[in-house]
Structure formats: structure tokens, C-alpha cells
Design a protein around this ligand. Structure first.
Ligand code: GLA
Length: 676
């Protein structure tokens, strides 16, 4: 439990325990003989994952990477409580130096970015009680194409210079390494840093290329396990999956590094950033903020400053959490903590909300009559008889700290609330079509060891919508391990603009311990689609419900090119170009709302001219495959696709790799029309 949770009179803990002492407080056993932190490993540096800032994810080598940024970040760390929350290192990335060394061989700070030199900024950072980090490469040049000097062959001279400036952290990249063995190059810099006599955290950045988890312990304090992250959901998810399988290799003083945080940079939703931060913390990842904190929203500070979650990352036992169950995009992560508690993350990578459950036995907790359960995002405490259950939003993460505790009955029962719309097929989006009644169910589940009383359910929608309960919204008692369901009819008025709208289940009940009235609310999202128009239209003129694409975005009225939107040529099949249609790349799926009112999809499909891939084109009506082109290559003529979609609520256009991998699978849907 967090320090706050443990401040129970029964334990006689001091109320004033500062949050900065979280880590120490957690070391108190919750349930008898439990693991305690390992004795300091190695040189005693980075005994918990490093926390701080690095400019790369926000500035790259742009002009706003300069002395002012570094000083401002140090100031913000202090003024916004981030220093107190544990963020310590303020680190520079690539592009801080001039392309040429000085006549004596020393690196030279760029006088435009750092007019007062590096030592001056390091001194400033130190004056705030923070630590300072710098960047170089274990090669002849760094990674930027401008070609800044790397440290290969200059290890001791550069390490000495860094130490003389007061550097506390070195990120050491892998570009232009001249094929020299990685272990040799990184060990050489480790030895050079040691020889300076200054304690310097050593961050190995060779992107997982030479399996650094096998040899990095004792060479560096952390090592990147993957290629660079970028500010997108897909990148974050793929890096999570590469890093989560390396849990065995992490521990105090030697951490897996799934790359720096993107929280606050704008390319993901707040829900996705909370998942990013939760999952990095579960994996005991370094928490290096990668956003320009001068420009971020209060919500970004709320995420980055979540001390309950930070305490999981910084737990002194130093175990990297791992998935104990992953199926169909729903994951249960567990991280054992000092003192015997467990951190738990329920992560939903899918586009639709889903219930995820686990229990004390699966988490490896001892048998007990009750457990304390802290919700690390809501910052509320409850007790459970053993079950943890939550309706987790699309791309969301619910995160808890759970521990056996004989004082569990002091906390109210753990309740989970949900509002779910009836879906047209298993993984459909939660659609509410304007003018068509939608069937909702609200649920209140009780995982506690005591009943709750006088329950009343409400369903809250935008004010212009109509809501009617179609079953009794009240119950006198909700017992342990019971669920209370109410069904509802909900209508959004005709003309409701397409978009995402909040729909909440709200339950009034009486707290069994105190007799006081209480309310629990869970908000989900309803997707209001554009209503299909009568007649035949080009689908490339209709907004889709959702899409994903194997390479760059789905292109409208042009072929798929590369990573960027609009970078493809015209849709071209066997020498004929088409003005209308979609350019996709396997594996891809583009979904449209048809509301049961449409009859046919037509197109000319094929692999775009000049591309060597092979693709299968499919049309899905709700959960069923209604059309399959069979494998097509660029030598096949454009194929006429006609799919009967009568009655379907949603239609999905899918391009598969035809079973031979996705290389060059540029899939054109020319002259693509929908008839309703
Ligand atoms: C590599 C690293 C990045 C960043 C850039 C700088 O790509 O992996 O994290 O440091 O170099 O050029």
C-alpha cells in the first residue's frame, strides 16, 4: 500500500510521513515474511530506475533545444513538484556539440544553443538539487546526419571532460560504430567513466541490437531493448511487447530501457498516455519525461506526477513486472513489491472497452480473508475478498496495489461499475446511431466481503438524449461477489453530429461501514456515426468509423506510399489510374457504419502497379466474412468486387498478406462505392 494507505492507527504510523518516503514505507511487510530489497548491487548507482527529463522526443535537433530549455525544465521540476515526486536527471540528447573537436581534441559545445557552455547549465541544474546528463555515441559520429563527433577512440578524454563539467548521467548511442564489438565499446566507456572517479549513471543505447540484456549488467545501469519510440499508440504498443518479455534481466542497478516517455507530446490520447505511464512503471522502466513541460496541459502533469504509480516504478525490490495473462488483447500484469504487496495493471489494447479480472491467488498473494486494494489512478482505497475486476476502456489501463491485510474491513468494498451498449458483433465499437434506440446495460459488481445497501442505478448521457430504464434500477442489497444489472433504452436525437460522447453509469448506495450515502460513477464513450445516405456514394467520401493500416495511414483517393499521409502516387492497376478509392497496405482494416440500411459494396481491387506484394481483399459484414477475393498479385488483372452487405450494421474492408508476409503489399480499392 502507499504511505497514505498504511497510515492506520492500528499500525501507529505517523500521519506526517512525507510522500517522498513512499519507497521506504513500502518496505514494511504487509503480510509476514516477504521479500525485502536486495542489498545494493554493483556500484550503488540507479538502484531504482532513473527518473528525469531528456529533450529528444520533443525537440530532436530543432533550435528550441538550448540552454533556456534545460534551465526551464529544471525550474519546472522544482515548481511543479516533479523533483519531489522523484524526477532527478535533466539530460541533453544529441546535437549539443559542434561538428568538429577543438585542436586539443575536446568536444566543443554549440555556442548558439549553449552560449555559456555546458558546465554553466550543469551548475544551474545542480543548484536546483537536481542531476545533469549528457549524450554521446559509441561510434565515430553521433546519430544525427549533421555528424557530431562520437567518443569511439576518445573515451577517456570525453569522460574526463564530462566529469569536469559535473555530468551525472551519460546516454551512449550506437551509430557509426565502425563494426567494433559492442561489448568492447561499451565496456571501454564504462571503464573511462569509472576512471574519472565521478559517479555517472551509464545508459547503453544500442537499441537491443546485440542483446544487451545478456551482458549489460555490470557494464551499464540501463540498456535500451528496442528501436526508438515515437509519439504514437502503435509505437508505444510494439515497444511494450518487445520489452515485457525481458523481465528476467532487470533489477536494481541494471534496468531494461524501453525508451523515453512520450506523455504530453500530443500524439496519443490521455487514456493512452495513462497506459504508457502505467505500463512503463509496471516494467520498472526509466521514467525520462520527453515532453516540453513549458507547453503541456495540467493533465500531463497529473499523469507524470502520479506518485502512486511512480512508487510502483521506484519500488526498492526492483522487480520488472510481467504479464501473467495475455489473450485477445487483454493483459494482466503483476509486479511484486517490497513488503509483499503486488502492483497490478489490467491493460486493454483493443478498440472496445472490456472487462478484465484477476484474483489474489493468480497474483501470487497468500490466502487471506481480505485484501486492501488501492486504485492507483483514482487514488481510492477499498477492500476485496480476492477478486479485482474492472471495465477497462479501449486502450486503457486500470492499475492497483493489493496486499493481504488483517485490517481490510476498515475499507469499503471494492465495487466496479460499467455502462455497456449492445454491440452488433463481438469487437464492434460502442455505437449509438442518431434516431435509433440503443440497448444499454449498467452493472455494479461487488468484490468485497460485505454487502452494500440501497443501490440505485442511473445512466447519464448528453442532455439532449433520451434514457429509459427497461428493468428495475434499484436493489436493496448487493451481496459479495454479486452483480446488479439494469437495462436501458437510449436514443441520440436525429441530427446528432458524429463524434464520441460520454455515457456514465452512476450508482448511489449506502456504505455498509459508515451508513453514509455514497456514489460511484464510471464513464464510457459512445461513438455516434454518420448516418448512411440513400443512393450510391464513393466510400472515400464517407468518414470511416476506424481504420488501421500496415504501413503509414490509409490513403484517400491515392495509393499507399510510405509512412506519411498523402505520400502515395495515384491508384494504378494494370496501367489504368483511378481518381477515387482507398490506398491501403496489408494488414489493414477500414470500417464504415451502414446501420442495416445498405445493400452493396463494389470496387476494382488489386496490388498497386509496380509493387511486388500479394494481397487478399475481404469484405466483412459485422462479424462475418461476406467476400474474399483470393490471393492477388500485380500480374493479376484488377478484380471486380461485388459484396452483398444487406442488413449489416458495419462493414469492414480488410487487406490480408495472402499468407506470405506484408512486404510490398500495397492494396488498392479503386472505384470503391457503397449503395444504401
Ligand atoms: C538514436 C537514439 C535516440 C536519439 C537519437 C539522437 O536514434 O536511439 O534515442 O538519441 O539517436 O540522434
Amino acid at each position: 500500500m502507499s504511505a497514505e494507505r498504511r497510515r492506520t492507527p492500528a499500525r501507529g504510523w505517523v500521519l506526517a510521513a512525507s510522500l517522498a518516503l513512499c519507497a521506504t514505507a513500502f518496505a514494511q511487510p504487509a503480510s509476514g515474511a516477504e521479500p525485502t530489497p536486495a542489498p545494493p548491487a554493483g556500484d550503488g548507482l540507479a538502484l531504482t530506475p532513473p527518473m528525469g527529463f531528456n529533450n529528444w522526443n520533443t525537440t530532436h535537433c530543432e533550435a528550441d533545444f538550448n540552454e533556456t530549455l534545460v534551465r526551464d525544465i529544471a525550474d519546472i521540476f522544482v515548481s511543479h513538484g516533479l523533483k519531489e515526486a522523484g524526477y532527478t536527471y535533466v539530460n541533453l540528447d544529441d546535437c549539443w556539440a559542434l561538428p568538429e573537436r577543438a585542436p586539443n581534441g575536446d568536444l566543443v559545445p554549440d555556442p548558439v544553443r549553449f552560449p555559456h557552455g555546458i558546465k554553466a547549465v550543469a551548475d544551474y541544474v545542480h543548484s536546483k538539487g537536481l542531476k545533469f546528463g549528457i549524450y554521446s555515441s559509441a561510434g565515430t559520429k553521433t546519430c544525427n546526419e549533421a555528424g557530431f563527433p562520437g567518443a569511439l577512440g576518445h573515451e577517456q578524454q570525453d569522460a574526463n571532460l564530462f566529469a569536469s563539467w559535473g555530468v551525472d548521467y551519460l546516454k551512449y548511442d550506437n551509430c557509426n560504430n565502425q563494426g567494433v564489438n559492442a561489448i568492447e565499446r561499451y565496456t571501454k566507456m564504462r571503464d573511462a567513466l569509472r576512471a574519472t572517479g565521478r559517479p555517472i549513471v551509464f545508459s547503453i543505447c544500442e537499441w537491443g541490437t546485440n542483446q544487451p540484456w545478456e551482458w549489460g549488467k555490470g557494464v551499464g545501469h540501463l540498456w535500451r531493448t528496442t528501436i526508438d519510440i515515437n509519439d504514437s499508440w502503435a509505437s508505444m504498443l510494439s515497444i511494450l511487447k518487445l520489452n515485457m518479455v525481458r523481465a528476467d534481466h532487470a533489477g536494481p542497478g541494471h534496468w531494461n530501457d524501453p525508451d523515453m516517455l512520450e506523455v504530453g507530446n500530443g500524439g496519443m490520447t490521455a487514456t493512452e498516455y495513462r497506459s504508457h505511464f502505467s505500463l512503463w512503471s509496471m516494467m520498472a522502466a526509466p521514467l525520462l519525461i520527453g515532453a516540453d513541460l513549458r507547453k503541456v496541459t495540467p493533465e500531463t502533469f497529473e499523469i507524470l506526477g502520479n506518485r502512486d504509480v511512480i512508487a510502483v516504478d521506484q519500488d526498492p525490490l526492483g522487480v520488472q513486472g510481467r504479464p501473467i495473462r495475455s489473450a485477445g488483447g487483454l493483459h494482466v500484469f503483476v509486479k511484486p513489491l517490497a513488503g509483499g504487496d503486488r502492483a497490478v495493471a489490467l491493460f486493454n489494447e483493443n478498440d472496445t472497452p472490456a472487462r478484465i479480472e484477476t484474483n489474489a491467488a493468480e497474483l501470487g498473494l497468500p490466502q487471506a480473508s481480505g485484501y486492501q486494494l488501492r486504485d492507483l489512478w483514482a487514488h481510492t482505497d477499498a477492500h476485496t475478498a480476492g477478486t479485482i475486476s474492472a471495465m477497462v476502456p479501449a486502450h486503457g489501463t486500470a492499475m492497483y496495489r493489493i496486499g493481504a491485510d488483517r485490517h481490510w474491513f476498515q475499507y469499503p468494498p471494492a465495487l466496479d461499475a460499467a455502462a455497456e451498449v449492445e454491440l452488433s458483433y463481438a469487437s464492434a465499437l460502442p455505437v449509438v446511431a442518431p434516431g435509433t434506440p440503443a440497448a444499454y446495460t449498467t452493472t455494479l459488481g461487488n468484490s468485497g466481503g460485505a454487502p452494500v445497501n440501497s443501490v440505485r442505478a442511473k445512466l447519464l448521457t448528453p442532455p439532449t438524449w433520451s434514457v429509459r430504464a427497461t428493468s428495475d434500477p434499484t436493489t436493496t442489497t448487493l451481496r459479495e461477489n454479486e452483480r446488479f444489472r439494469t437495462t436501458w433504452e437510449v436514443s441520440a436525437p436525429p441530427g446528432t453530429p458524429p463524434g464520441r460522447y460520454p455515457v456514465s453509469a452512476s450508482f448511489d448506495y449506502v456504505n455498509p461501514q459508515t451508513g453514509a450515502p455514497a456514489t460511484l460513477t464510471h464513464t464510457s464513450e459512445a461513438v455516434v456515426p454518420e448516418v448512411p445516405q440513400t443512393g450510391t456514394r464513393y466510400l472515400s467520401d464517407v468518414p470511416w468509423l476506424r481504420s488501421y493500416n500496415g504501413w503509414g495511414p490509409v490513403e484517400i483517393d491515392r495509393a499507399n506510399g510510405g509512412r506519411l499521409a498523402g505520400d502515395g502516387g495515384p491508384l494504378t492497376l494494370r496501367g489504368v489510374t483511378y481518381a477515387k478509392g482507398l490506398g491501403t497496405h496489408a494488414l489493414s482494416s477500414v470500417e464504415y457504419f451502414t446501420g442495416g440500411a445498405c445493400s452493396e459494396v463494389r470496387a476494382l481491387v488489386g496490388v498497386d502497379d509496380g509493387r511486388a506484394g500479394s494481397v487478399t481483399f475481404e469484405v466483412w459484414t459485422d462479424g462475418e466474412r461476406a467476400y474474399d477475393s483470393g490471393p492477388l498479385t500485380r500480374t493479376d488483372p484488377a478484380k471486380e468486387l461485388v459484396a452483398d452487405i444487406s442488413g449489416a450494421k458495419a462493414v469492414r474492408l480488410v487487406a490480408t498478406d495472402a499468407g506470405d508476409g506484408v512486404q510490398n503489399d500495397h492494396a488498392d480499392w479503386a472505384e470503391l462505392t457503397l449503395t444504401c
